[in-house]
Design a protein around this ligand. Structure first.
Ligand code: AMP
Length: 423
């Protein structure tokens, strides 16, 4: 069963009011599929691209269940502090200002005493990152024997970040007879194995492709050399309008690039794992408020970050893991809007670009790369992906230098995850 309006769900009045206030009228595809199944109590193995409305897909059934019974609690595990904070924000919006359901956000970097005080209130909704949750469990601050609703969010990312053992440890504290929802952008073998271990007869819910980015993102590549890279970047920034998130490899690199961009006027700020939690939150909030135009980030910001006005993603450095390309570019084109993604490819990046190309175009041959990178981009006979080469301007939005190659992916439903596949 899927739904086409939230009305069909017989939700508690509190949620109906919140959804109206949040202007959620029509469920997104993942919500249409996952919410009725979760309300029936089914375990779910969900693959959904970022920006698809996944948070409400697990939070609406969770709140319905919490409101229906005075007992039981919910635990949501996420890979990063930012994502945990963002999930908590959506939950707070859904609960509304007048709700008395105690909640707690357990993330590293936040002071322990405050978290301990909140834990004494016996929160019924707990959102956090595996490290801090384990800390509280080991110190006996956190009790999970009544946590009968578990969400593992961005599970592939949690495993990539080495949280597998921590998750195992945490799950030992939870009751057997619980409902578990596991979401992951991709479902590699390791996740499938994990789902066998932690889920019971899960319904498989998938929206769109698990290996391909959202189709509304115009993707471009630009071949550069190490010496032309920064100047090319400046040109690309000039031709764009709107907010930009720019990804770099290292924390130091993020700081350096932001400093360099700020030489004339302050247009950028950096975010990476070495910043204190409060500073990270401040940077994200200022970017959300459009206090500056460019966020220079390491992969810490590649997933989950939901800032609707990001129009462009620039991969100044390519990601180490090809899957991160999909997560990075998912920062734009949020919730139905359009966006663009540009990769600057220096000679050293070629292998990394090939790996990304293989992930996006399984079985397709790799187009030829220019012999000497530099000013010949877009003129080397490469037809772009899906055979489309276009120098036209996207929606007339901004002038085009004619040097980068563009391709907008046409939607190819992937065999592993056809749109609308729910069982
Ligand atoms: P998420 O994938 O959960 O990060 O959500 C992506 C964006 O979609 C967020 O800005 C949500 O506020 C928004 N959103 C989620 N569900 C709906 C809905 N049913 N109607 C409108 N906006 C939504």
């Amino acid at each position: 069963m899927t739904i086409s309006t939230f009305e069909e769900l017989n939700l508690p009045p509190l949620l109906k009011t919140s959804l109206a206030r949040m202007q959620y009228v029509t469920p997104t595809p993942i919500q249409a599929q996952a919410i009725p199944l979760a309300m029936e109590g089914r375990d779910i193995l969900g693959s959904a691209q970022t920006g698809t409305g996944k948070t409400a897909a697990f939070a609406i059934p969770m709140i319905t269940r919490i409101l229906a019974s005075p007992r039981g609690s919910a635990l949501i595990l996420t890979p990063t502090r930012e994502l945990a904070a963002q999930v908590m924000e959506v939950i707070q919006q859904l609960l509304g200002a007048r709700s008395f359901i105690p909640t707690v956000l357990l993330i590293g970097g936040d002071p322990m005493p405050r978290q301990i005080a909140q834990l004494r209130m016996r929160p019924r909704i707990i959102v956090g990152t595996p490290g801090r949750i384990n800390d509280h469990l080991e110190r006996g601050n956190l009790i999970l024997h009544d946590a009968n609703y578990l969400v593992l969010d961005e599970t592939d990312r949690m495993l990539d970040m080495g949280f597998g053992i921590q998750i195992d440890r945490i799950l030992k504290y939870l009751p057997q007879g619980r409902q578990t929802l596991l979401f992951s952008a991709t479902i590699p073998d390791e996740i499938a194995r994990l789902s066998g271990k932690y889920l019971t007869n899960p319904a498989r819910v998938a929206v769109g492709s698990t290996t391909q980015p959202i189709t509304r993102i115009l993707q471009e590549i630009l071949h550069v050399t190490d010496s032309t890279k920064y100047d090319e970047l400046l040109k690309q920034i000039e031709t764009r309008e709107g907010s930009i998130i720019m990804f770099v490899k290292t924390k130091r690199g993020a700081e350096r690039l932001a400093e360099k961009l700020n030489r004339r006027t302050r247009i950028a700020a950096a975010i990476h794992g070495d910043l204190h939690q409060r500073k990270r939150e401040q940077v994200i909030q200022s970017f959300r408020d459009k206090a500056f135009r460019i966020l220079v980030a390491t992969d810490i910001a590649a997933r989950g970050l939901d800032i609707p006005h990001i129009e462009h993603v620039i991969n100044y450095d390519l990601p180490q893991a090809p899957e991160d390309y999909i997560h990075r570019i998912g920062r734009t084109a949020r919730n139905g809007s359009e966006g663009s993604a540009l990769c600057l490819i220096a000679p050293d990046d070629r292998d990394r670009w090939k790996a990304i190309h293989r992930l996006l175009n399984p079985g397709e041959p790799m187009p030829a790369m220019p012999k000497s990178a530099g000013s010949h981009n877009g003129h080397n006979g490469h037809n772009g992906h899906n055979g489309s080469k276009s120098n036209s301007q996207p929606g007339g939005k901004r002038p085009h230098s004619g040097r980068s190659r563009r391709f907008r992916r046409t939607h190819k439903p992937s065999s592993g995850a056809p749109a609308g596949a729910a069982s």
